[in-house]
Write a protein that binds this ligand. Structure first.
Ligand SMILES: Nc1nc2c(ncn2[C@@H]2O[C@H](COP(=O)(O)OP(=O)(O)OP(=O)(O)O)[C@@H](O)[C@H]2O)c(=O)[nH]1
Ligand SMILES: [Mg+2]
Length: 556
């Protein structure tokens, strides 16, 4: 139905008609309001929408006076005029035919409007959704991206698992060698009574520990092979940090890749030749060493040494060392959690294209508000820009990302007791806080929806439970209770205030405590946008490392 009255009441008058030959782009533009009719004055000045007087819209090219506007409003209200009853049968028939024709035109216009609406919606949907991942190094950006892929593009995730296998081996071997280095450093303190730093090894023999170290010596070569395999094929860099003592920094070097996902195809493509046999060789050495790695890691003297000397292990080390026998098995196939745990440092800006396979709802687009959840089509493309942690600070890249739809900022809640290198070094909490502040106040990013993921809830919990005091490192915390709920609430409150104070415009901020390696809770966050909000935190609902450490299934 178009116009103010039904067409049967009469619609035509010579020279003027409210029935348009209305092409949707009558004014050479795609209008969000459906064009329903136009006045056929020459030149046409107005177009009307079907929803009555309130929705009359003007051609962008004309600016009529208020009296002229009023005139058209009145015309719309009274148009078309009442016609006198037909004088004879022929006139009645002709009017009826005219009405039918008008109805046909009306229906065609309705259909065109509907088509136009659908097309616009489709175009909006087809546009790739762009998400910027920001945060300190090691805050979990790449892991969050993998988690998104795991939930919404599972086939692509599975296809990548083979490439991650090499990273997993590398992480395991690197961790074992790190422990060996630490023991070498403290071997001077191996006392004649057979104890390490005064702590008796459960085997009762430090000699046995020495033998284990000797049997694990081929792992040096394996580490080099895997590092070269990952690095050489991928323009990667190996970072040698000679100045930092490895037993404190946990990083004598790390391996990183550049350039999105291309490294995965290069790593998996070489199935034959020298490189493939090198990797096969490395695998059999790992298999031969797996029980010794396990024995080393389960030696209480090793753990005591870590504790006494405040040695910081990489986040992934405990997990992979716990899983040494499984990973070392010749039939080992990486699990999703193994892939999420695998660590490969990002260099520069990585662009990841993820094509939605499930067509499920995701909460990412809308700033995680329930009301706006997006029903994505299968095939919907997402582009994640994963920015290297240290680069996140230098906002030179910002102008390239003005059109991103969402920003996900990851703040690790577990590194508050560590220091960022630099001169002078500053605490990781302060560093993340200032990075967040600069993201919030950036005008060029002000149109993007903002999500803050307070990540590594599991590590925060185990750290607080082990007796590390948050208030000792973050003075603003004062003497509040050293509990997970209080600390997480503190993070939420202070970071929300920073956003409120600095955002160039009023916008919604969603804050979520997350554990990026936990597939179950991440499913809730990513799919429903309704995870465990900090004010209502229930500690029992949050996954944390239990005594077995490898059990990830304990999330209710
Ligand atoms: N325990 C635990 N580990 C996590 C969590 N999130 C990430 N990790 C681990 O932390 C390590 C670093 O995560 P990444 O995702 O590589 O960090 P990133 O922010 O991309 O770091 P850069 O690439 O250096 O900028 C990986 O080993 C992850 O498996 C978490 O919530 N809990
Ligand atoms: Mg990364």
């Amino acid at each position: 139905m178009i116009g103010g009255r039904h067409p049967e009441q009469g619609s035509q008058e010579s020279g003027r008609s409210i029935f348009a030959d209305a092409e949707p782009d009558f004014y050479g533009q795609v209008s969000p309001l459906p064009i329903i009719a136009k006045c056929q004055w020459d030149p046409p000045l107005f177009k009307f929408s079907p929803k009555g007087l309130s929705k009359i819209s003007l051609s962008p090219n004309c600016s009529p006076s208020p009296s002229l506007t009023l005139y058209f409003i009145v015309i719309m209200a009274i148009w078309p005029p009442e016609l006198p009853p037909p004088a004879n049968e022929e006139e009645k028939r002709s009017r009826s035919e005219e009405a039918k024709r008008a109805k046909r035109v009306s229906d065609e216009i309705d259909e065109a409007i509907e088509r136009e609406k659908k097309e616009i919606q489709l175009q909006k949907k087809r546009r790739p959704r762009k998400v910027l991942l920001l945060g300190q190094s090691c805050s979990g950006k790449s892991t969050m991206m993998k988690s998104f892929q795991y939930h919404f593009a599972p086939k692509a995730f599975d296809a990548d698992a083979e490439a991650w296998r090499i990273v997993i081996y590398f992480n395991l071997v690197r961790s074992a060698n790190f422990i060996l280095d630490m023991l070498a450093k403290y071997s001077g303190r191996l006392s004649s009574s057979g104890s390490l730093n005064g702590h008796q090894s459960p085997t009762g023999a430090v000699d046995e520990l020495r033998h284990v170290r000797m049997r694990l010596s081929p792992l040096r070569q394996v580490e080099m092979i895997l590092a070269n395999r990952l690095a050489a094929d991928t323009n990667a860099r190996r970072i040698f940090d000679d100045d930092s003592p490895i037993w404190q920094q946990g990083k004598d070097y790390s391996v990183a890749v550049r350039g999105g996902s291309s490294w995965k195809s290069t790593v998996t493509s070489a199935r034959q030749g020298a490189k493939a046999s090198e990797v096969a060789n490395a695998r059999s050495i790992i298999e031969a060493c797996k029980d010794d790695i396990d024995a080393l890691w389960n030696d209480t003297a090793v753990h005591q040494c870590i504790k006494d000397n405040k040695v910081v292990l990489e986040d992934y080390s405990e997990y992979f060392l716990d899983q040494a026998t499984r990973i070392g098995d010749c039939n080992y196939v990486p699990t999703p959690v193994d892939v999420l745990r695998a660590r490969l440092e990002t260099i520069g800006i990585e662009e990841h294209h993820i094509s939605m396979e499930t067509g499920e709802k995701t909460s990412f687009e809308s700033g995680l508000r329930d009301a706006d959840l997006m029903e994505a089509d299968a095939g919907q493309e997402w582009i994640f820009y994963d920015i290297e942690g240290s680069r996140s600070h230098k906002a030179t890249w910002v102008p390239f990302f003005e059109d991103v739809t969402s920003i996900i900022f990851l703040c690790s809640m577990a590194n508050f007791d560590q220091k960022m290198p630099g001169s002078p070094p500053r605490g990781c909490y302060a560093d993340s806080y200032s990075l967040w502040e600069s993201v919030c106040k950036n005008k060029l990013l002000s149109n993007a929806t903002l999500c803050l993921f307070l990540n590594k809830t599991d590590l925060l919990m185990s750290k607080l439970n082990s007796g590390v005091f948050f208030g000792e490192y973050v003075l603003d915390y004062k003497d509040k209770p050293n509990s997970y709920t209080e600390v997480a609430s503190f993070y939420k409150k202070t970071f929300s205030e920073v956003h409120q104070k600095n955002s160039p415009r009023k916008r919604h901020l969603s804050v979520y405590p997350t554990c990026a390696i936990d597939t179950k809770t991440m499913s809730t966050v990513l799919r429903r946008g309704k995870p465990l909000l900090v004010p209502h935190l229930d500690e029992t609902n949050i996954y944390y490392l239990n005594s077995q450490r490898s059990d990830l299934a304990g999330v209710p």
